[in-house]
Design a protein around this ligand. Structure first.
Ligand code: HEM
Length: 444
């Protein structure tokens, strides 16, 4: 999709494309992380990257693109002045591993069990390269490699290859990448015609947001302006366990599909229960003009169609009655699958690692990402529910439960295990392009 600069009130040529521009379908992506051992080399890396990072004003989503993000430790390695470091949000300064207690990262998901070097102070820079296919990706990666290869003070320490399939199915078999918010002034329409565009400051630092005309941003202004925060999370999916759970709690294959849909809030085709509660409708699921055009409050306040505990209703309750204001807890998602799919019908784990490289993009790590993860995903007080967690991605233990409202009596599923295990992640800052050059020119 093309973003027309003329339609935009935002400084698109300064904002990284990964923030605003929808990704192509299908696509291949690679995350490469770096440690900066030498500050001068780190600043040189910023200068070189600033010449290849794509801006949101670039012409077409079909192009390959490169984006760059820095952790708090990365900013320190570049010797950003202390007053500036102190102006970043407290969650970012602490880093994701230190926030494990808020995020539900306990037991197997705890930072001590994370894949190294995720969650360690060594992860400084994350470069994400994206292209419509692996051939184009290889060419862009070659160009990117030329940038850091001759910088002796920079070490590539982690790499993750990812992809989005043409049908956009993630490892559990659901169509992903459907629901995106509209952002005021961006020129990009949202996917739900019933949702009023959100103020740009919800996603881009330095713009008015839903709560204030001028919220504080990292300083100096040239560093914070047009930046965003990003939360990367490598989420392992237990696909065989998910399939076994569906089977064990259903009397036939049709019921299995219905149960999967109740847990997600959408059929695997992407068709929402809100629009087709009884039967799947793959044509609707694949139709971007219709598959996100719904609300909950008027037609389904109780959750007879879409349970209030279903993944998509928790993650975005839309107009439903919940404690809190939904509009200040929205996010841009840039999720990408990794690992081979488990072949259809297989119910035993094959030991291979597969899942989602989840990426949140927004201006507020605390009230957006952490709030949704802790209150809406891993608690249910917000909609007056029991103690249940998100049935798909929540940090359940074997005692999890999930309520499916039904007349005359609801169904309560018990013994829900954890289907998603955190392998690691980090909070990063996605600077605007001017800010990248400011980082390169630092002389502290
Ligand atoms: C492995 C873990 C996860 C899986 C398999 C998963 C899968 C999905 C799928 C299939 C959808 C529906 C398609 C769409 O609307 O794009 C969806 C929607 C969504 N997910 Fe997840 N998700 C996961 C983790 C997360 C996490 C960690 C968050 C945030 C903390 C999150 C936030 C959302 C949001 C905001 C939506 C859109 C809801 C809407 O607007 O209707 N998801 N997810």
């Amino acid at each position: 999709m093309e973003i027309k600069g003329a339609e935009s009130a935002l400084e698109l040529d300064d904002i990284q494309s990964g923030v605003l521009r929808p990704r192509p379908t299908p696509y291949a992506a690679t995350y490469v992380s770096f440690r900066i051992d030498d500050c001068t080399a780190g600043r040189d890396l910023m200068r070189r990257l600033s010449t290849v990072v794509s801006s949101a004003a670039a012409s077409s989503a079909l192009d390959a693109s490169v984006s760059v993000a820095l952790s708090f430790q990365g900013l320190k390695a570049l010797r950003v002045p202390q007053a500036s470091l102190d102006s970043f949000s407290p969650e970012f300064r602490q880093g994701m591993a230190a926030r494990a207690h808020v995020l539900g990262d306990d037991g197997e998901s705890a930072p001590e069990n994370w894949e190294k070097p995720l969650g360690s102070p060594d992860l400084h820079v994350v470069v994400t390269t994206l292209a419509p296919d692996t051939e184009h990706l290889a060419a862009v990666l070659d160009r990117a490699r030329a940038i850091y290869r001759k910088l002796p003070g920079i070490t590539a320490i982690w790499r993750q290859d990812c992809y989005a399939l043409p049908n956009e199915k993630e490892a559990f078999g659901f169509r992903d990448g459907i629901s995106h918010p509209a952002i005021e002034g961006s020129g990009i329409p949202g996917t739900n015609p019933n949702e009023r565009p959100l103020k740009a400051g919800e996603f881009i630092l330095g713009c008015p947001d839903e709560m204030s005309e001028a919220h504080s941003i990292p300083q100096p202004e040239v560093l914070g302006r047009n930046g965003s925060y990003v939360a990367f999370r490598k989420l392992h999916q237990r696909v065989a366990a998910f399939r076994r759970y569906l089977k064990a709690n259903s009397s036939n294959p049709d019921m299995e599909e219905l149960l999967a849909a109740k847990m997600m809030g959408r059929w695997r085709s992407g068709a929402p229960l809100a629009l087709c509660p009884l039967h799947d409708n793959p044509e609707l699921g694949a139709d971007p003009r219709r598959n996100n055009a719904f609300l909950f409050k008027k037609d389904d306040p109780i959750g007879y169609d879409t349970p209030r505990g279903a993944h998509i209703r928790r993650m975005n309750p839309r107009d439903a009655d919940v404690a809190g204001v939904v509009r200040i807890h929205r996010m841009i998602r840039r999720g990408t699958s990794y690992g081979p799919l488990l072949p259809d019908g297989v119910l035993d784990d094959d030991g291979l690692d597969r899942g989602l490289m989840f990426a949140f993009v927004g201006a507020h790590l605390g009230r957006q990402f952490e709030f949704v993860q802790s209150e809406w995903m891993n608690d249910s007080a917000f909609f007056g529910g029991s103690v249940a967690k998100d049935p798909v991605a929540g940090a359940s233990d074997a005692n999890g439960s999930f309520d499916i409202p039904r007349r005359p009596l609801r169904i309560r599923l018990q013994s829900l295990p954890r289907f998603v295990v955190t392998r690691g992640g980090e909070y990063c800052f996605l600077p605007g392009l001017r800010a990248l050059r400011w980082l390169a020119d630092l002389n502290t």
